[in-house]
Design a protein around this ligand. Structure first.
Ligand code: NI
Length: 165
C-alpha cells in the first residue's frame, strides 16, 4: 500500500502514461477483438480501464465520471482521450483531497477493511492486469504494441536482435 501521496503520484503518472500509450494504438476495428466467443471484447476491457478509476469516489474522492455510459464507445480515440482525462482527474483528486494521513484511514468494503493507500495500490495493479489482457488481444488483432515494461517482439526485430522465446 502507499503511505505517501508523492509515491502514489509518481507511480500513477508513469503507469498512466504506459496505459495511454497502449490505448493510443487501438483502432476502431480492433475494439471488436474478443477473448473468446461471447466474452469481453478489447473495447470493453479498454472501457473498463477508463471507468474503473471512478470507483475511487466510493472512498470519498470527488471527480467527474467518464463521459458515456456503461457501453464501450465505438471510437478508440474517445476511449484514449477519456482515459487521459480520468487518470489526471484521479491524480488531481488524490493530491488535493487526501494527504499522507488519509492513506492510513480505512473504509469497509464488502466486510473487509481497506486502507485508502491499499485501495490506491489495488487500482494500479488492477490497471496493469487488464492492460496485460489488452496487449494479447491487440496482438491477435494485428496491432503493433508499444513497449510497456520492456522490448516487444517488434522492437527486438528493429534492433536486429532475435526475440526471446
Ligand atoms: Ni476489472
Amino acid at each position: 500500500m502507499f503511505i505517501r501521496i508523492d509515491d502514489f503520484a509518481a507511480e500513477w503518472t508513469s503507469e498512466a502514461e504506459m496505459t495511454a500509450s497502449v490505448l493510443d494504438v487501438l483502432t476502431d476495428a480492433s475494439l471488436k477483438q474478443t477473448i473468446c466467443e461471447g466474452r469481453r471484447t478489447l473495447g470493453q476491457i479498454a472501457w473498463h480501464l477508463v471507468k474503473s478509476p471512478h470507483y475511487m469516489t466510493t472512498l470519498g474522492l470527488e471527480f467527474d465520471a467518464p463521459q458515456g455510459g456503461d457501453e464501450a464507445p465505438a471510437s478508440a480515440a474517445l476511449i484514449a482521450s477519456e482515459y487521459r482525462r480520468i487518470s489526471q482527474a484521479l491524480l488531481h483528486a488524490v493530491r488535493t483531497q487526501w494527504n499522507d494521513g488519509t492513506l492510513l484511514e480505512s473504509v469497509t468494503i464488502q466486510g473487509e477493511e481497506w486502507p485508502n493507500g491499499g485501495s490506491l495500490r489495488f487500482t494500479l495493479m488492477h490497471q496493469a492486469h487488464h492492460r496485460g489482457q489488452m496487449t494479447v488481444l491487440m496482438r491477435q488483432a494485428g496491432l503493433r504494441l508499444p513497449e510497456v515494461y520492456g522490448p516487444t517482439y517488434d522492437t527486438w526485430i528493429d534492433k536486429g536482435v532475435a526475440p526471446l522465446v
